[in-house]
Unconditional design. Structure first.
Length: 62
């Protein structure tokens, strides 16, 4: 899998973050500090809905 770290992880040590890997049907998520441990895998539509919900609720007044 091709793992990528969040662009927001550049602050501090840059290792307190999650990484994701994409497949056709699922998004895999893991802790960047413990990449050999278990991963969470969710369907692409569920992950997209989660990201949109976070964006919507992170804006002031949302």
């Amino acid at each position: 899998m091709n793992w990528r770290k969040s662009t927001y992880s550049s602050g501090g040590d840059g290792d307190t973050c999650v990484e994701i890997a994409e497949s056709v049907t699922h998004i895999a998520i893991r802790d960047s500090k413990a990449p050999a441990r278990a991963t969470l895998s969710v369907p692409v539509p569920a992950f997209a809905a989660f990201v949109e919900g976070v964006k919507r609720h992170s804006r002031p007044g949302a």
